[in-house]
Design a protein around this ligand. Sequence first.
Ligand code: KG4
Ligand code: ZN
Length: 372
Amino acid sequence: MIVLGVETSCDETSVALVRDGRDVLANVVASQAELHRRYGGVFPEVASRQHVLSIVPVFKDAISRAQVGWEDVSAVAVTYGPGLVGSLVVGLNFAKALALARGLPFIGINHLEGHIYSAWLRLSPDDSPPEPRFPALVLIVSGGHTELVLMRDHSQYTLLGHTLDDAAGEAFDKVARMLGLPYPGGPHIQRAAEQGNPEAFRFPRAWLPETYHFSFSGLKTAVWREVRRYLPDGEEVSRPRPGQMPEEQAALPVHDLAASFQQAVVDVLVAKTVRAARDFSVQEVILAGGVAANRPLRQQLATALRELSVPLRPAPLSLCTDNAAMIAGAAYWRLQRGERSSLDLDAEPNVALADRPERAVTLRSRTPARGQ
Ligand code: KG4
Ligand code: ZN
């Protein structure tokens, strides 16, 4: 079964073709990062207008790269939320038009579910990701979300914890801005941190004991307080071109600040994930979302889970940030069960993956995880 996926929830326009929920035949992503850089974040109106311009060329490119004809495509899948409403409707209407014109089954997919299924995709026939094993614990860390989800089976999600304020990726982006690094900040912080000392600054870790929740706003404020100490009164950090450090900011210890900030984020993400993995006796841990591309996070989480003998299944690096392959991948399992969406499906900018429990899920174990 070849599924054609469409993703336009934020600032990437993407179309992909995936066979049997596993093999990525083509995954074309047109990033708008350059367009939004001057705003230091995604400018919604600019994003939706750019999706309108990009969607047809991206689609044509994907079809030609996959080397398949229309007769080989079995269904059309699209992200219907969460995301920016003006961006979502572009992909949604495009996918509906394709399905209608070709008489193909149509299905809407939750963007976060897409991120999860990116971990089970195969970019080349030589890769061999094993079958999904349940229960699985999922850490989704992106620009808009930081969630720990228990997955008992396909489409069965229980939200164990979420961020109470900023998402991890949002914290990376905001701190990058403070340090004068370009948007999106995550990869630039990681690069700057490679030459820094993660122990140079003792930034706070919000352990939020008794829950699997996260909080990154205190950490962000602590970094800002430190940055201000290096700047003359009232002076803003000017934004350098990628890879350049302006002379007036030479005094700012960007590398040490980036490394210490990154370590604080990684410490909390690793400790909470390891604890949940142990508490719920999971078969594997999935790491997905844009921040899952972070090398220290991948390495340190894998090391910590090895002690529990729980395998870590991180999404392939190139599929961590938004892409349509993950949407087509997730759609396969639902289509297999006969699920379809109506062509009346609306964009749902705030749709959740799993209901938030009325009371926070409290920790199952009393023994603190490493670092807590
Ligand atoms: O999943 P994604 O592409 O979009 C959302 O659904 O939000 O995630 C984008 C986020 C951005 O905040 C970006 O800074 C972060 O992922 N990111 C990283 C890295 N690469 C991307 N954060 C830390 N380290 C990275 N290497
Ligand atoms: Zn995303």
